[in-house]
Design a protein around this ligand. Structure first.
Ligand code: BEZ
Length: 388
């Protein structure tokens, strides 16, 4: 009897040892955070990192049973440096997963490298339509949006408000171009007409000549894509030129998210569309906001939510593979089947690996992008060109 108990105890001990060795062999999960920590999008990069780390902390510092090691790269929102930067993470640092980035041009270089190497990539902001379009892949996911999604919704809203003509003004790169295309699609379907498309090079913030052109043309509305520091300057310049009194300025919510402290009076009353808003008042959003404010002494914005959800998606994939991220099909399958319990409201991941989500209409009131209503429920990106 004593011998049998001893044998059972020994077997249990051996199994525990094997399990421990298994985890130890897997070691830490190396997460490459490739984000902008300088330049016009620096605050966006910080919010994404904060959101990601908050979720990891909530899970006791581990995802899928593995401790997390971070390797950070400041991509400077510079597409010219993107391939070198991402290859350092993949080839020199041997990361298990890359989380990044904000700028669409940089994200496309990252998606190309991820597709070639098979490294898992989770995009926590950049909306480049191509990433979940022609470049879509089993190992590439997005926790944010496609540039088309909030823009198309704003086009519908502007048409429903009876606007007939609109001019657009954006930065000249993939995000600006695709945002304008999405707005045009929604607006013209509703009977409106985009009469002129104006651009400035990224990250230029000299708007005066173009604002004078808009004042002379007197369209019913203006639609603009800017974000971060550039959005602060643009919204202030638009109001300083007196344009906001007669020509409403519409945009995707990046125009006023995380920027209202700096924009102050100039942003009041603006309508934007986005997959997050203030005043959702759901228990999930309230608990997220409380935890974020406690950890960082800051209020979260959409970028923080996207970082947080990138960690949630990674956790779902790792839980299904017991921490083994090399099991690509199982990892992807788990995320594809999941309902992600996001502060923005639960969402799913479509076949092209882009969120299928509600797009809110928001109005700036004081320092908040207050939810007005759901502009489009469960909006999926058309994923044009994705063959998965
Ligand atoms: C983009 O480049 O895709 C982007 C940058 C900032 C905010 C939203 C989108």
């Amino acid at each position: 009897m004593t011998t049998r108990i001893a044998r059972t105890t020994l077997t249990a001990l051996a199994l525990a040892c094997i399990a421990t060795v298994g985890h130890a062999q897997q070691g830490k999960l190396k997460v490459g955070l490739m984000l902008p920590f300088s330049g016009t999008y620096a605050a966006l990069g910080v919010a994404i990192e904060n959101g990601f780390k908050l979720r990891v902390e909530e899970q006791g510092g581990k995802l899928g049973g593995r401790e997390i090691e971070y390797i950070k790269v400041d991509d400077e929102s510079d597409p010219a440096k993107a391939t070198d930067n991402v290859n350092k993470l993949i080839k020199r640092d041997n990361v298990d997963v890359i989380v990044g980035t904000v700028h669409s041009g940089v994200a496309m270089a990252m998606a190309k490298a991820a597709k070639e190497s098979g490294t898992v990539l989770i995009v926590p902001n950049a909306g480049a339509d191509a990433v979940t379009g022609p470049m879509c892949a089993q190992n590439i996911f997005r926790s944010s949006f496609s540039n088309w999604q909030p823009a198309y919704a704003m086009g519908e809203v502007a048409a429903k408000q009876g606007k007939k003509t609109a001019m657009t003004l954006t930065w000249k790169y993939a995000a600006g171009d695709e945002s304008v295309n999405g707005f045009k699609e929604g607006f013209e379907k509703g009977g409106g007409k985009v009469v002129k498309q104006l651009t400035v090079p990224f990250p230029n913030v000299e708007f005066q000549a173009l604002l004078t052109e808009i004042a002379a043309a007197k369209p019913d509305a203006v639609y603009s894509f800017f974000a971060g520091g550039g959005a602060v300057k643009f919204v202030k310049d638009y109001a300083a030129a007196g344009l906001n009194k007669n020509i409403p300025l519409y945009g995707p919510g990046f125009l006023t998210d995380g920027t209202l402290d700096a924009q102050g009076e100039s942003a009041q009353g603006m309508l934007t569309t986005l997959h997050y808003a203030d005043g959702l008042n759901t228990p999930r959003d309230i608990s997220f906001r409380t935890a974020y404010a406690k950890m960082f002494k800051l209020q979260p914005d959409v970028y923080a939510v996207q970082g947080y959800d990138a960690a949630q998606m990674l956790a779902i994939g790792l839980a299904a593979t017991k921490g083994d991220i090399s099991k690509k099909a199982e990892f992807a399958g788990a995320i594809e089947k999941a309902k992600i319990d996001s502060p923005r409201g639960a969402f799913t991941i479509g076949k092209s690996h882009n969120p299928v989500q509600d797009i809110y209409l928001r109005k700036v009131e004081g320092k908040e992008n207050k939810m007005v209503n759901v502009a489009i429920k469960g909006l999926a990106d058309p994923a044009r060109g994705c063959k998965l």
